[in-house]
Design a protein. Structure first.
Length: 128
């Protein structure tokens, strides 16, 4: 029997973001956002991140997420995915290079914010 998108997504989401974070997100779901949590888990994590037979690795996906989230100025998600990128084996040097690339294409203000948030995420990881 194969995993459905939700089960696969939940497994991958926990592997990348950490079981404690995902368990908190799922436990805090209520009538308003429960369907949203299920959608994110199935669609983002199961269908996209779950394309494990595709040519993109989790490291690749992590780097792409950092650049996209930084360009979109999605600070909390960006920090979460900095931590996930580290979990996926992306080095701090690679993150720095990705953020320099982001700065060139998205602009200096986006780069300034991305570097600031990445440093915060690194500090949080180092304190854990």
């Amino acid at each position: 029997m194969t995993e459905d998108a939700y089960d696969k997504g939940l497994r991958i989401r926990k592997e990348v973001l950490g079981e404690a974070y995902v368990d908190r997100a799922m436990a805090s779901a209520d009538d308003f956002n429960r369907d949203f949590q299920r959608l994110v888990t199935s669609f983002c994590w199961g269908e996209s991140w779950g394309r494990e037979d595709g040519p993109l690795s989790r490291r690749d996906r992590s780097l792409m997420n950092l650049v996209m989230l930084g360009c979109l100025n999605r600070g909390e998600e960006f920090k979460l995915h900095v931590k996930g990128a580290l979990t996926n084996g992306v080095t701090r040097d690679e993150i720095r290079d990705a953020l320099i690339h982001l700065t060139i294409y998205a602009g200096v203000p986006a780069g300034v914010e991305a570097f600031r948030l990445a440093r915060q995420a690194f500090a949080e990881v180092d304190q854990a």
